[in-house]
Design a protein around this ligand. Sequence first.
Ligand code: NZQ
Ligand code: ZN
Length: 379
Amino acid sequence: MENFTAFNPTKLHFGKNVTDNLGDTVLECGKRVLLMYGKGSVQRNGIYDKIIKQLNSVNAEIFEYNGIKPNPLVDDVSEAAQIGKLNNIDVIVAVGGGSVIDSAKITALAIANNTDPWAIMKYKVKPTTTKPLIAVLTLAATGTEMNGAAVLQNRETGEKIGYVTSLNYPKHSFLDPEFTFSVPKNYTAYGIVDLIAHALEAYFGEGNASLSDRFVEVIIKEAMEYGPLVLREPENYDYRANIMWAATTALNGLTSYGRKSGDWGVHDIGHNISYLYDTAHGATLSIAYPAWLKLQKNRIPERITKLGNQLFGTNSAEETTLNLEKFFISIDCPVRLSDIKIGEDKKKEITDQMLKNKINGMVHQFSDEDRKKIVELMM
Ligand code: NZQ
Ligand code: ZN
């Protein structure tokens, strides 16, 4: 086992009606609130009204920034930060999925350090402080509600990248599984893929960490058991709750303690596809993971076989990949680019982008030949 520091400062409030205390929690951080959300789902499903009621109950002064899109843009973060600075806000309340909460994390840093958000994302400036962030999660997938990561894209530089800092952890996160009842089937399934992918990125990292491996295995088993059930019964509280908690634990440190790092090569491939075609994050991962496993099957056969043995009772790297792919298909997720109507004509574009951005894993590094092969395997 590698040395490690366990650190997670987020106070997570989980369960039915947990936002009934949101107002008081906000008040602990101040009255001037920047409220951030996406493109309107929170207004359609009534969550917005609940949050506004809470903020009004403590006489908060509310400044809004909405319209954050999936695969969020740094431009929105710049604008939100302007509004935050202009109005001298005390706290950000972010209501939404990963895109909204990630945008809010970088907005908080940009306001507190009075700096350009992209300079932060590119590690060109080192933020020293941040504004308190209170997250209200509406989609189970990314784990952003209890981690230090944020992912944004920049249409000018041609990148979708992640930024990690201990300052990014939300001060509080509110997770009411009922808030996810309205998530459409496709995004529910992408969330299930995403949480499995997070567990796998840890599993294929560096360092022997027996207990962390076991956490990976049970988190994926939980997702494979309750994923299909929640898709059949989207308003079943316990199914939604099990998936929501699994998604948090897949990327809040639990699966990584005792390792040097995760791998994250599949995520890098996925971000590249999202950047090019605005593909939903989880959909890129159900395509990229089988391809990555096929690339690695003769390089780390024992590791892949062990995973398949624990998850599916199989005994080879090929069978592991096949079964994972079968699971993704069973929840209606794409496993080839052609499934999302990206044809052979796009092969060069994707390959060029992969080569230009030097798409890579932290542990299992790609040569240019590997990058080309991965594109072939995804077609
Ligand atoms: O924009 P609105 O109208 O709110 O609709 C959203 C959006 O269209 C909708 N939605 C969210 N909650 C809903 C709902 N619809 C109905 N009912 C609800 N309760 O779902 C759509 C997708 O939302 P989004 O926030 O984009 O999804 P997700 O949570 O999967 O976040 C994806 C983003 O997070 C990044 C991804 O790269 C991607 O940009 N990630 C962040 C990570 C992190 N910070 O740790 C790690 C991940 O690996 C990932 O990279
Ligand atoms: Zn992910």
